[in-house]
Design a protein around this ligand. Structure first.
Ligand code: ATP
Length: 259
């Protein structure tokens, strides 16, 4: 890829499960360095499959990319082991905020840094950084994750991903099942990480109202194909798009972008 600004390049990707069930039908989109890209679309349109393909996780689910290319910093993702992709800076927070429920919040966070050969001092510094981003996690650091709220578990899952120092953080439906204020809190933290640390973020969301408020660009997926891409500002202002692709009513038009 000659364009240095492109961090992730997905080109005409087709994917199937169990050799027969088509999930992606030629999806293409690009993420530029330093941006937040929202992947939008309703239930079952292929967002999760696209994210798993990006980390080469489909084979673990009897899935397979049958054609097309996925490049992260120019590297062919489909010939890399998922763990190598994490080491090279491509880190996922999977749907459902997976935490080790019996481990404390802090132990969960530390587990995210284990793939790196870091010193105790580096780990302690990274923990402090995460507690600065999510102060609630510091308060709960000795609590078993299973006893914390859904929002705190999502923060823990994001914090654990941050411990491996990603350059591209990929999140699948971080808002799922959370209260509006908690969702806002999480998206504000993601925005701060993007703004202050230059972290690139790809976030799949059914909650397009929230995602479009914080993203720079968005791609809409329908039936395994990207049907629309544009700046978030542009998509926010187009009621016809929201009504047609995103199932949003007119109420959306009255939402204001984040300060
Ligand atoms: P959701 O928001 O519900 O996760 P999505 O947009 O992320 O939806 P996918 O989960 O990628 O969509 O699903 C795309 C298609 O692939 C759907 O038809 C789904 O039923 C199918 N699919 C997803 N996972 C599997 C699997 N492990 N085995 C078989 N089919 C699957």
């Amino acid at each position: 890829m000659s364009d240095e600004t492109i961090l992730l390049d997905i080109n005409s990707v087709h994917a199937v499960y169990n050799k027969t069930i088509k999930a992606l039908n030629g999806v293409s989109f690009q993420l530029r360095r330093g941006e937040i890209l929202a992947l939008l679309g309703s239930n079952g349109t292929g967002k999760t499959t696209a994210l798993k393909a990006i980390s080469n996780l489909l084979p673990a689910e009897r899935g397979q990319v049958t054609s097309g290319t996925i490049r992260f910093e120019g590297r062919d993702v489909l010939s890399e082991k998922p763990a190598n992709l994490v080491r090279s800076g491509l880190v996922q927070v999977l749907e459902g905020r997976h935490c080790f429920k019996s481990l404390s919040v802090e132990e969960n966070l530390i587990s995210g840094g284990l793939g790196r050969s870091s010193s105790r001092r580096e780990i302690a510094a990274d923990l402090e950084r995460i507690y600065a981003i999510f102060p609630r996690l510091k308060e709960k650091r000795r609590t078993a994750s299973g006893l914390t709220s859904g929002g705190e578990q999502q923060m823990t899952a994001i914090g654990r991903a941050l411990m491996s120092r990603p350059r591209l953080l990929v999140l699948d439906e971080p808002s799922m099942g959370l209260a509006p204020l908690v969702i806002k809190d999480i998206f504000r933290s993601l925005k701060a990480l993007n703004r202050d640390d230059g972290l690139s973020i790809l976030v799949a969301e059914q909650n397009s109202t929230v995602a479009l408020r914080y993203a720079d660009h968005a791609t809409v997926i329908e039936n395994g194909v990207a049907v629309l891409s544009g700046s978030a500002a542009e998509l926010r202002s187009r009621d016809d798009i929201k009504a047609f692709y995103l199932g949003e009513g007119a109420a959306f038009a009255h939402d204001r972008p984040a300060a």
